[in-house]
Every structure is written in structure tokens, then in C-alpha cells.
Write a protein that binds this ligand. Sequence first.
Ligand code: 16G
Length: 527
Amino acid sequence: MKEEQRSLLLSSSSRFPPPQGVRLSYGTSGFRADAAVLESTVYRMGILAALRSLNTESSVIGIMITASHNKVSDNGVKIADPSGGMLSQEWEPFADALANAPTPQHLLQLITEFVEKESILLETVRPAEILLGRDTRPSGESLLEATKQGISSILGAVTIDMGIVTTPQLHWMAFTQLMLLVRCLTDLIPSGGRKMSEGDEKLVVDGANGVGGEKLELLNKMLDGLLIDVRNSGKDGGILNEGVGADYVQKEKLVPQGFDSQDIGLSCSKIELVDGDKILSLFAIFIKEQLSSLNEGGENTISSYQAHLGVVQTAYANGASTDYLKKLGLEVVFTPTGVKYLHEKAAEYDVGIYFEANGHGTILFSESFLLWLQGRHKELSAVSKGSEQEKAALRLLAVSKLINQAVGDALSGLLLVEAVLRHMGWSIHRWSDLYQDLPSRQIKVKVVDRTAVVTANAETMVVQPPGIQEAINAETAKYPQGRSFIRPSGTEDVIRVYAEASTQEGADSLANSVATLVRQFLGPGSS
Ligand code: 16G
């Protein structure tokens, strides 16, 4: 390493000392903590991103300053690889070590060793390039500045500041392209009277007082036949994720602020949640239908490709959804919580659909399948243009472009849901009635040390501390259709408890008993 580079790193890092007595760890999707302790971390992730760029032939790396669904006083940093997916898991230990290096000298030593080990060329002709974005959190501005300082402490590195964006947008979004694709899917709706009912053209969206609402207002102006009414857009002083947002609605089962009884149906006393599992089911039905249309009556060689379709869920998937998907004849597999695990698994299929119950998810198409599909479409449009088969090929191609294959993206997911509902001629109620969720309950328990819980089998069983799994099994067995599991959160300092049973009372009581077990086995926390 050149002396100029060494002294630049030493001098700039001395301006961002790490917080005392805090151990930072790279969690489910990057670092997340109280914004007050994050300056040195984002500064150091700026350095890491620049090195990652150099390590990938100066490809563009994305950094997003956000703590997603966490409370407004938290913040965090996520890194996007050139593929658009998350930072390669192989780099996570380096990220951890960098964030926790106690002094500038330690930091420099870590970087020097890593650069050598990975053979990263610091003095290349093409500089590192980083796209930088943030959400609307007030702490974002100064953390963005600190990140920039980190990036520019690698000589020559260039920052492109995107300002306020949504995370997936950082890598993907081109609204006009999305609009064209929605129109393409709408044009391909089967004829024959599948009509939408009145009222289905209006979509009320909770912007969670965050960055998405603003972007949706933009979309609204470009969409035909769908009226988007954005609530909690953040303009009227509401606080990010406080009493609003997907996480609040899904975990607390409460209506977000700013919604009245008209929005959720006058007769509803409790909310009917159409969650990630239902989105997964809707997409799976649609994709399966298109794949079978494609294969109908195709006798020539190129059409004989049997696409391998798989769906990926986590332990949080409602048991009723898994049963439903299996009854449809689909291959269902499970991974631990966290997009990175589901994404990796889904990429093993020709078409892999993954969704967490909380709504994170997308559809992945393998390159070889897409190549075949393009060829098949060409073939079909020559011999049977306008046939159901040709349309099925076109629909699949449109879906592969509309859905964000880099990472789950609520906006492109929302557009695909709308397009598929129109295709089916389904109202939201018809969709919601695909199956009835089993009642469930989630609780979080503060403990002294959440890392004391170690899980296996996609988080469905606990291997540490010994004995707790047997105790959970004994509780669960008391409830008809009972299922329960615990896992340490990757984004908060808590143990999460999940329970489901045939009745809401049963699910609540099972969750409470398991939470009690957690306290007994792990000792009380601060609250
Ligand atoms: C993050 C993850 C999400 C996961 C959640 C679990 C990404 C983009 N997001 O939000 O996939 O469901 O964490 O949080 O990876 P928990 O570990 O606190 O339960």
C-alpha cells in the first residue's frame, strides 16, 4: 500500500472514532443500531464498499443508509453488490471486523491484510464507484456525509450521491419501464368476461411516513386504470414507522394510523391481512398457470423444457399457506429468516418464488430458462401468434422484467399483484379467500444475551440452550394445530416467539407460555 494511501486512511479514520463499549455486528441485512453510535460504522462501510468495487473490477457498489422498518431513532447501512443483491456473505466477517476495530492503527492493519489476502489492486486505472442513497430519517444526512468520507479515503474512489431513494430503487427502478410492462400484462388479460368489480380500481397505500410514499405519488401520475391514494406520506409530520408501516401492521395486527373503517371494510372488527404468504400464493398460481399453458400441445423439441418451479418460505409462513401451496402440487422449501437466505435458495430453480410472511420477496428466473423462453416465444409468434401459448410466453417474459430480480421490491411487487389480480379478474377478497390463515401470535422477549439461542432446521428448532426445545414441544402439543418456534432477532436485541394454533386464544396462550420458557431458560432482560 502506498504511503499516501496509508496516511489518508489513518488521518480520516481518526475523525470517526468507534463508540465506546458497543459491539457492532453485521446482522440480517447489514448494521442497524441507534443512529447515535453509527458514524464510525458507516464511515468504515464506505471504505469497505470502495474495496468491494475494486475487487469486482470497479463495478458499481451501492450503499443505502436506512434502518428500514425500525424506529426513527435507529439507522443502519446496507451494501449492494454489483449483482444488485446484498453484499457477498463471504465479506461479512471483514465488515464485522472493520466496524469493531478499536483504533485507526488496527483499522489500517485489517485493511492491509485483507487487501493482500484478496489481491485487491488499490492503484488501478478504473477507480472504485459507489452509489449512495438514504431514507428520510433525520440522522441520514450526517451519516451520508460520514459514508462519503469513508469512500473518499480510498484514493480515486468516486461517490454518486442519489439523495433520498428507496433501497431497491438504488439498483433497479426505472418507472417508465415498469409502466410499459404493467400495460403489456394488462393487454394480455384473457378475454371472456373476467371483470373486476367496482371499487377495485382504488388502492390505498400506507407510506409509513417514509420514502416510498413520495415515489408512489410519482407512479400515480403514470398509471392507467388504478388510483393510488397515499396515506402517511410523511408530509404532514408523521413519524417514520410509528403506528404505521408493514412491520407494525403485520406484527401487531393493527390498522395503520390514517386509515378509517371505510378503507378496511365497514364490517371488519379485526383486520384481514393479505401478507407475503398470500402474495407468494397469488404469484405461484399465476406462474404455474403460464408454465402449463406454455407446455400445452407443444410437440417440437425446443418446447420440451420442463421448467423447475420452486417456492421458498421461512418458519414464519402461516401453516395454512404451506398446506395450500403443497396441495397445488408445488415444491416448497424453507430457509432461515432473512432475504439473503431465501434469495440464494430461490436462485437454484428455473423459476424460484420467495416471500417472507412480512412481505419481503420476489421471483427469480434462471438465465437458461429465460433464454429458452425467448426462443420459444419467437417460435410461437411465427407459427401461432395470439395463441394462449404465445401469450403465456409473453406474460412470463414481462413478469421477469417487471419484478425486481435483484432484491425484493415493494413497488414492483405491488404492480405485479395488481396486474395478476386483473388477469384473474379477482377482487382483494377473492384473493384473500384462497385459504384461511391459522390464528398466530408473535411476541418479543428481552433477554440478557440473545446469542445464547442457537437454532437449526431453518429456525424451526432450538439446539441451545439444552432442554428448551423439549419444553417448547411439550407446550405446543397441548394445542390443536399448534406450532411454535423461537429465534434470536437479527435486527433487534430480543428473542422472537412465534405461535400458531386453531384458535386465536390458543395461539396467544401458546406464545405466552413459550415466552415464559424463554425467560426461564435465558434469564430476565432489561424489561
Ligand atoms: C430484515 C430482513 C428481513 C427479515 C427481517 C427479520 C432484509 C432486506 N430484510 O428486515 O428479510 O425478515 O430482517 O428481522 O434482509 P428480525 O431478525 O429482527 O426478526
